[in-house]
Design a protein around this ligand. Structure first.
Ligand code: SAM
Length: 314
């Protein structure tokens, strides 16, 4: 049974890394007029109200998107990501007829809403989600909301195709997509240990069907006793893809037995210059999102770190 609900974690440091990378890739795909395909294998609910009781439970966004949003003029490299956040806030305020400014961070876009911002009429978007309740929320959140939003989205052509199904198997059935360039975002919760192996098997099959697609795979960095990121990275190195870039952001120290201290994105066939963009971005994210223990605070230190490496380069 699936128990993971992304609302508990919306806007946290892992979302910032994932959605910043997703936005940079999508922005690069919009440089050419030719349409692209966007496929999201694990979509979640699409977008999140930050005042929802689940999100408020640990308020993870306060140590994630919130400090960046407050100083957004200092992050020109994240302009596309911030524009996607503004677009969702503006559409929701219009739908709910509130006068709140889109500059106020009331809502946070999940990966489908981020993608929606970049989607043009010539592009396609396919979203998959397995959880019964999450897929219902996804359908609601991706429906055009409010008059302004309806105008905005109908000008951007038809909405996404949403499938209530297993994203791994579903992905293979969709490859190769009709539009031959594009991005697949793979963002499993890894609540099942098998998810790691399934990612690896799925990528080997994906390589056979669509070797030129861009694939962005999120993974957690966990406590020493349970971390599997190293095994995942080495297995993916043998998946057939020739260019694999890996970006990691950790915000606290790695514990021995429990907890997530950061996360990573593996990008297969990354767009040109993404490595240079991330080389600038990751140190700044680590500096801003690092979480200090009391002892570290007293020593004005924190345990944040970043890593950018080519696992494979043709
Ligand atoms: N990608 C979303 C975002 O960035 O906003 C968050 C996704 S959340 C981390 C993972 C989602 O995958 C959950 O909503 C969960 O219900 C769903 N899920 C779990 N196993 C799945 C599977 N095999 N196929 C599709 N969805 C799955």
């Amino acid at each position: 049974m699936l128990s993971y609900r992304h609302a508990f974690h919306a806007g946290n440091h892992a979302d910032v890394l994932k959605h910043a990378v997703q936005s940079l890739i999508l922005a690069s795909l919009t440089v050419k007029d030719k349409g692209f395909s966007y496929i999201d294998t694990h979509s979640g609910a699409g977008g999140y109200a930050l005042d929802h009781e689940w999100t408020q439970k640990k308020s993870e966004y306060l140590t994630g998107i919130a400090p960046l949003w407050q100083a957004r003029e200092q992050w020109p490299e994240l302009a596309g990501y911030f524009a996607a956040i503004s677009a969702m806030n503006s559409a929701m305020n219009s739908a709910m007829s509130t006068d709140d400014s889109p500059e106020q961070l009331d809502f946070y876009p999940g990966s489908p809403k981020v993608a929606e911002y970049f989607k043009r009429p010539q592009d396609s978007m396919t979203l998959m989600e397995l959880h019964n309740n999450e897929v219902e929320l996804l359908r609601e959140n991706m429906a055009p909301q409010g008059r302004r939003a309806r105008e905005h989205y109908s000008a951007r052509s038809k909405g996404p195709t949403i499938h209530h199904q297993d994203g791994f198997a579903g992905l293979i059935g969709l490859l190769p997509p009709t539009l031959k360039r594009g991005l697949v975002l793979i963002d499993p919760p890894y609540e099942l240990k098998e998810d790691y192996q399934t990612v690896v098997e799925t990528m080997a099959q994906a390589h056979k069907r669509w070797p030129i697609g861009i694939y962005a795979i999120w993974y957690p960095l966990l406590a020493k006793d349970v971390d599997r990121s190293g095994a995942l990275k080495s297995a993916l190195t043998n998946s057939g893809f020739k260019d694999i870039l890996c970006a990691e952001l950790s915000v606290s120290e790695q514990a021995q037995d429990f907890g997530m201290y950061g996360s990573g994105m593996m990008i297969l066939n990354p767009p040109w210059k993404l490595d240079e963009q991330l080389k600038q971005l990751l140190p700044r994210l680590a500096e801003t999102l690092g979480q200090a223990t009391l002892e570290q605070e007293l020593a004005t230190k924190h345990a944040a770190a970043w890593n950018l490496e080519w696992l494979k380069k043709a």
